[in-house]
Design a protein around this ligand. Sequence first.
Ligand code: GAL
Length: 469
Amino acid sequence: MFPCDFAWGAGTAAYQIEGGWQADGKGPSIWDTFCHEKGRVFGEQNGDVACNSYELWEKDLECIQQLGLTHYRLSLSWARLLPDGTTRHINQKGLQYYNKVIDDLLTCNVSPMVTLYHFDLPQALQDQGGWKSPGIATLFDSYAKFCFQTFGDRVKLWITINEPYVCAKLGHEDGIHAPGLKEPGLAAYLVGHNMLRAHAMAWHSYNSFYRTEQKGAVSLAINSDWLEPSRAGCAEDIAATERSLAFTLGWFAWPVFVTGDYPEIMRSAIDAQSKKFGYSGSSRLPSFSKDEPAILGTADFFALNYYTSRKVEPGGGCGETLCMKSDRDAGEVLDPSWPICGVSWLAVVPHGLRKLLKYIKDTFNNPAVYITENGFSQVGPLQTEDVQRSEFYKDTIFEVAKAIQEDGVNVRGYFAWSLLDNFEWADGFSVRFGLFHVDFADAKLRRTMYLSGQEYVKMILKYKSAQST
Ligand code: GAL
């Protein structure tokens, strides 16, 4: 049922696991700065040490091998490689670290999927305007070319940017992620725009200079919930759901996979709101320039991060001010039949993934899809016998199997989030997504496989043996 070369993986991100925030010449990133400011993160926690994967990489490799993964998704810390964000100065120790990680993976027959940017912009670039500044796109492109040049002989699956939606909205509209800006209704659109430009430039660079020789594939990881109208058949709720999808998944997927431009629903809603609130500047949603590399067609596969599903109805704006919520005019409500057993935002809805995969197949011209993140977290007292999470993985992977077999979706891989318990952004270490428990109170940061990890091992074995028969 799963294709014989299906990728069975798990993922992590540099800031969430590496620690070594100042080690061996690494430059600071916006997450270092953000966490060191008071009141930003749960319990004033930070990723200074995290899982210390910078020093304990071999322990992570053991975890990867114990799970029997075929693939491992990691991200590179831009500021560890290029401390001031530019290729003027390369940190050799950072280079050595990632070379070792990649080489070790390959020695163990595990293919790396490498994310270039997972939320941790070099602080030096933030000081020059960060993702709000148009010049960031060429700086990102230089960084990407450096990585393709350096690691591309061995890395065949690339993600340029992880979850531009989250970076844009949580980092620049809500201010709850680094860099902590609250500029509602303005900055997020600009940031999203520059991220799309940066991604497209990097894809074109790969395409022109590296593809023929390296034969890899490049995409960006788009997060999306599955969304349904709150009241089935209700016209207003159906329209609100369409708006919500356009403002999340569509914001990034539409330009890349369908038209080269933003969804029309998004542009007209933003223009209408601007008018309503007497905003007289140029459109808050920027336009793509014809003189720059095209956005359309800049993904070799669809990389999807899926966590949950929601019901949608109109409303949810923020009163007499401009903001993304008012532009969208759609609110998400919880369905009581979808249980929440961990963090408050994550209703457990495995079948939502199947529906979303079918939607992606139909809307984006049947692309090859990698599920680059999916998982479910624990909060509260520790349970190493995490039965609910084990069930979650079983049910979810079964839904993926049905998407492949019954709906004909071309799913090429599944990456559980996450290999290890790690620094869960604004929630610090209070939220555990790992297949391995990490004892953060232990100086050795001991890793122990959860029951859910053991179940994942069994599932991989079971499905792999079915693949080869
Ligand atoms: C994603 C993010 C991951 C991880 C996950 C769980 O948005 O890419 O880094 O934290 O959410 O919340």
